[in-house]
Design a protein around this ligand. Structure first.
Ligand code: ME8
Length: 704
């Protein structure tokens, strides 16, 4: 292993060397284009997991890298008018730089053009050939360069010559080749999946894989007749090993198998992370079958997440964002945008992007990537909720800059904290960072509520020093605990929170149990300078359509439910600005107006329009929701999810005119995309009553 030899000065003993590392991998990415926020998502998930495991006392080993031998890579170089090698070096370097920016602290950046990888791939080929699992034959069928995948006839639309799964172009090939005997491993694989329920994560993908195996696995073509770029079949210079057979082996090659005496301190991998498109066919069937054929143990967990979708401006449909099709933004430009708009330092903006990627990527379904949502998360979850917890109390400087001695512990609050910790831990057993962060935010929410209810400023006014000390201690101790929980995702912000609390190393290696136990702050410790970690972004100036004081968007919910919103308080006051705040002593709306009023400019930002319902249907498993297709004007048909199923039968809706908010930020509700929101009144029995124009008007007409 690379780090074992690369760190000779590390004080190690033999038992240390024997310890199994907690081995985490991302896909090795194709170098056909620069890394975007999609590839960044998987890398950040892996990085956060490594940081979490380190806190738990494991010794993680984190691999990422680039997949360089693919045909699509040579084609990308050609298209750029470049020689393959310098092109590949340059793009690979962009990945290195991007992961550095994103604070992804990997142990190895693996490149498949390295000699050590080539040697192991050839070794695997030779061993499997000798064992009869690789055998010669003739392949006739379809190949997609974009997907680097062989497809069966039934997977292809022959009239358009495209793969049904991805829509990518396919070409017909016939060649003498070598096959890998995948068909021989279906039953063993199925048995392994059934006896290891947490091997394939999440459960929905496990079911997909079982169904895929059930269809019958076919032997797979693993060579291509060409020479030049790629790994040669041993002894046959005009044949190249199929890029997926080559690429998957990187995970094993890094361990030093078969020669290094300590290869089993790394292998088997503990968790492979990836997007769903390379899950079933490659990581959950081909790869484990190859390992079985080599007589090697299988990885412990294979985790596949959904895609970030973006809107195709032509069809308005949501499609997978990629390097070559409809593009996802680059991390660099996204971080820069946050910096420009918030004025926060780069490291904090990187944290904010990391937070959004981990919080909103879905394991089971796809989700829309939107800058508006990123900004909403920044303002509500980070600036408002997390930032406030600490700043609120520290700013008041109640105890001359030291942690006070509490009068006792508040059982209700410590119970919430304990629950947040166990919910967080349970979510990470399933590698579900969205759920883990939600659990952490239950603590953050409870802390803010606690301070608002206890009103330390009133206690201080009344001279109740002991009362103030108890409240301040609780708020700060809760903030410390919250900082520990967010530290794997927000490493820089958590460290800054630690510094403000006077803690040098907030979430040190192996300290999970102590760090998550209530009562870690030591009274009398001097605390640092309070500075707002996440200066708010003023969305009014941006016209992004993002409500400035929007409550935390909850998973599966698009509406702004102000009634259930916890009090937002403790404005992180920027000079000359006001924020929505319940703590009127600290923040008064400018000009003597009420914080409940909106200006005409506020209202003008909301596009209300007339729409016509085209179709309506129920959403399975959601008794209150209907999926509507609506027309909001010429060429603007959309899908909308509405909570009116208990008031309207779907068959009564087509043809009706309704009023919608047309520029509401799209959201995914129960896995269904919703692009807008309809307006309805509520009658005395709580039924939804749809608003409609007094006389028919053209869909798309403005309402003001
Ligand atoms: O498939 N949403 O490399 P690749 C979320 N070289 N994640 C996304 C995404 C999106 N829209 N787009 C990409 C390969 N990703 C092979 C892997 S491994 C032995 C070989 C992420 O450059 C996600 O992790 O096409 C996805 O699986 C990966 O990038 C694909 O990267």
């Amino acid at each position: 292993m690379l780090t074992m030899t690369a760190a000779p000065t590390e004080a190690v003993n033999d038992s240390f060397l024997d310890t199994k590392r907690y081995y985490i991998t991302t896909p090795i990415y194709y170098v056909n284009g620069a890394p975007h926020v999609g590839t960044a998502t998987t890398t950040v998930l892996a990085d956060a997991t490594a940081r979490y495991r380190r806190l738990r006392g494991d010794r993680p080993y984190f691999l990422t890298g680039t997949d360089e031998n693919a045909r699509k890579v040579t084609e990308a170089a050609e298209k750029a008018g470049r020689e393959t090698l310098p092109f590949v070096d340059e793009v690979s370097q962009r990945f290195v730089e991007t992961w550095k920016l994103m604070n992804c602290d990997y142990d190895v950046f693996f490149r498949t053009t390295e000699a050590r990888h080539r040697r192991i791939v050839q070794e695997v080929f030779t061993r499997l050939k000798a064992a009869g699992d690789v055998y010669p034959g003739v392949y006739e069928g379809w190949y997609s360069v974009a997907d680097e995948t062989f497809f069966r006839d039934t997977d292809v639309d022959e009239t358009t010559q495209t793969a049904k799964e991805s829509g990518a172009k396919v070409e017909r090939v016939r060649e003498d080749t070598y096959f890998f005997r995948l068909s021989a491993y279906g039953d063993r694989l199925k048995a392994h999946i059934l006896t290891h329920p947490d091997f394939l994560v999440p459960d929905t993908r496990r079911n997909e894989v079982l169904a895929f195996i059930e269809q019958g696995l076919r032997d797979i073509n693993i060579t291509q007749n060409r020479s030049g770029w790629g790994i040669e079949v041993p002894g046959e210079p005009n044949k190249i090993i199929y890029v997926w057979f080559d690429a998957l082996i990187n995970y094993l090659a890094e361990s030093g198998w078969p020669d290094a005496p300590d290869w089993d301190t790394l292998w088997p991998a503990n968790v492979h992370f990836m997007g769903k498109e390379i899950y079933t066919r490659f990581h959950a069937t081909l790869w484990p079958a190859m390992l079985m054929a080599l007589g090697l143990p299988l990885p412990q967990h294979v985790v596949g997440h959904g895609w970030w979708l973006v809107r195709d401006p032509k069809t308005l449909a949501f499609v997978k964002g990629s390097k070559s099709g409809i593009q996802l933004p680059l991390p660099q430009e996204t971080v820069q945008l946050l910096q420009e708009r918030s004025g926060a330092p780069e490291a904090i903006c990187v944290d904010a992007l990391r937070y959004y990627l981990c919080r909103d990527i879905q394991l089971q379904s796809d989700a829309e990537f939107s800058v508006e949502m990123l900004i909403t998360r920044y303002n509500s979850d980070l600036a408002n909720d997390l930032g406030n917890v600490l700043n609120r109390v520290l700013r008041a400087k109640y105890f001359e800059g030291t942690i006070p001695q509490p009068g006792g512990f508040d059982d209700a609050l410590t119970a919430v904290a304990a629950q947040a910790v166990s919910g967080y831990k349970a979510a990470l057993e399933r590698f579900d960072w969205g759920a883990a962060l939600q659990a952490a935010w239950t603590l953050v929410g409870a802390l803010n509520k606690y301070v608002a209810e206890k009103e330390p400023w009133t206690l201080a006014r009344n001279g109740d020093t002991q009362g103030v000390a108890t409240v301040v201690y609780h708020a700060l101790e809760g903030a410390r605990l919250a900082a520990v929980l967010v530290s794997p995702v927000l490493p820089s912000a958590a460290a800054a929170m630690g510094a403000q609390l006077g803690i040098a190393n907030l979430a040190a290696e192996g300290t999970w149990s102590e760090a998550t136990r209530w009562g870690g702050l030591v009274p009398g410790t001097p605390i640092g300078e309070p500075t707002p970690l996440f200066p708010r972004i003023d969305t009014r100036a941006l016209g992004t359509g993002t409500a400035d004081a929007a409550p935390s968007p909850k998973k599966g919910s698009r509406t702004m439910n102000t009634a259930s919103q916890e009090p937002t308080f403790a404005p992180v006051a920027e000079p000359g600005k006001t924020t929505a705040a319940s703590d009127s002593a600290l923040a008064k709306p400018e000009g003597g107006g009420s914080s409940d009023t909106v200006t005409i400019d506020d209202f003008a930002r909301i596009q209300l329009k007339i729409a016509e319902i085209l179709t309506a249907e129920r959403i399975e498993g959601a008794k209150k929701l209907l999926r509507l297709r609506i027309r909001v004007g010429e060429g603007d048909d959309r899908q909308l999810v509405a909570g009116i199923a208990e008031s309207y039968a779907p068959e009564d809706l087509p043809g009706r005119q309704i009023v919608v908010i047309a520029n509401l930020q799209p959201a995914t509700i129960r896995g269904v995309q919703s692009q807008g929101m309809l307006l309805a009144a509520t009658d005395s029995e709580g039924r939804a009553i749809l608003l409609k124009p007094d006389a028919p008007v053209a869909p798309g007409s403005k309402v003001r």
